[in-house]
Design a protein around this ligand. Structure first.
Ligand SMILES: [Zn+2]
Length: 65
């Protein structure tokens, strides 16, 4: 795990726009939270998991239903 919060780019599931999010590694290797797209303002559910092989967070975005 990285030592500090990690800035990562995520792609909005609604408009495809890119957003930057900061993953707080103290939240664990699996996290899920909602963040509004900075482009279209739709809420995206971000499912985050730590890829220990690649040593980076993998983020999947989907629109909040
Ligand atoms: Zn968007």
């Amino acid at each position: 795990m990285p030592d500090a919060a990690v800035a990562t780019a995520t792609q909005c599931a609604g408009c495809g726009g890119w957003n930057e999010t900061v993953v707080d590694e103290s939240g664990g290797s699996r996290q899920s939270y909602v963040e509004d797209c900075q482009v279209c303002c739709k809420p995206n559910v971000l499912n985050i998991c730590w890829d220990s092989a690649a040593e980076e967070f993998v983020i999947e975005a989907q629109l909040e239903s």
